[in-house]
Design a protein around this ligand. Structure first.
Ligand code: ADP
Length: 267
């Protein structure tokens, strides 16, 4: 599946990572391994350090302790950034006034490769069409992005990340603002990207919701990594885990897909 030179099955390796912005640590002694082909759900309440961990992974923040390797290479030496796609919740902010088609938005994913003012070759265009097809949005190729629903827009942003053929896709809270029914379709689409296209996925969310029906592995973060293992092992101890993690009514959290019910106040 992995069509590029992969010398190792390790996609992300985090060893004893601790990080603080100011005096208080927000991540403490995190050790996490993501293997090639995994679909990892990284869950934790708001303020638990999920985004901070991603910033460390992407080299935006430097941990005070511990180390990170990507595709078997220490972060400091890592140069294969085009192998990593990142889609944030904030990507989902085009309003109906933004004049760009799905095709144009997805094309933007190539700019890093070909330079902003180059013309798209036939081959580039083909890549764009393929990425749109992978997220099942071909019927909307020439539609204005502003006319699409939140869930459809999020698919387009994933296509934009896919256009450069990443081996790893990191999705930060991608279902915020997506309705319940679309969330399940969205997760189904992610599962296909994982299984059929061999892309390793890390899905970050504060909403455990339906996610466990789709992911292969779960990691639970709240400053510490409270659990990391396969989904079956997680579901066996889910209730216990959730009360450790969220400290309140677990039933509500695991069986209610309404995001607002899952908001946990940050300290
Ligand atoms: P999550 O993504 O799980 O919601 P974050 O990683 O955003 O959590 O935040 C973890 C903790 O770090 C929170 O207490 C948050 O207030 C704090 N924090 C986040 N960003 C900054 C920053 N730039 N400066 C100081 N503290 C921050």
């Amino acid at each position: 599946m992995g069509h590029r030179h992969q010398l190792t099955d390790s996609v992300i390796q985090v060893n004893h990572l601790s990080f603080k912005y100011t005096s208080q640590y927000v991540l403490e002694d995190i050790t996490l391994h993501v293997r090639k082909g995994a679909f990892l759900g990284l869950v934790g309440p708001n303020g638990s350090g999920k985004s901070t961990l991603v910033k460390c992974l992407l080299g935006i923040q430097t941990p005070q302790q511990g180390d990170i390797s990507l595709f078997g290479e220490p972060l400091k030496k890592f140069s294969g950034w085009d192998r990593i796609g990142y889609v944030s919740q904030k990507a989902n902010s085009f309003n109906s006034g933004f004049p760009a088609t799905v095709f144009e938005v997805v094309s933007m994913g190539l700019y890093g490769k070909i330079g902003l003012f180059r013309f798209l070759t036939k081959k580039h265009k083909q890549k764009v069409y393929e990425a749109i097809e992978k997220v099942e949005m071909s019927a909307y190729t020439n539609e204005n992005i502003g006319n699409l629903s939140g869930g459809q827009q999020q698919r387009v942003f994933i296509a934009r990340a896919l256009v450069s053929d990443p081996d790893l896709l990191i999705l930060d809270e991608p279902t915020v603002g997506v309705d319940v029914h679309s969330v399940q379709q969205f997760y189904t689409m992610l599962k296909q990207l994982n299984q059929e296209h061999g892309i390793t996925l890390v899905l970050i969310t504060h909403d455990i919701g339906a996610m466990t029906d789709y992911v292969t592995d779960v990691a639970c973060l709240n400053k510490h990594l409270h659990f990391h293992g396969d989904t079956d092992t997680f579901t066996e101890s889910e209730n216990e885990m959730m009360s450790t993690l969220y400290g309140h009514d677990v039933h509500m959290l695991t069986h209610n897909h309404d995001h607002s019910a899952c908001e946990v106040p940050t300290s």
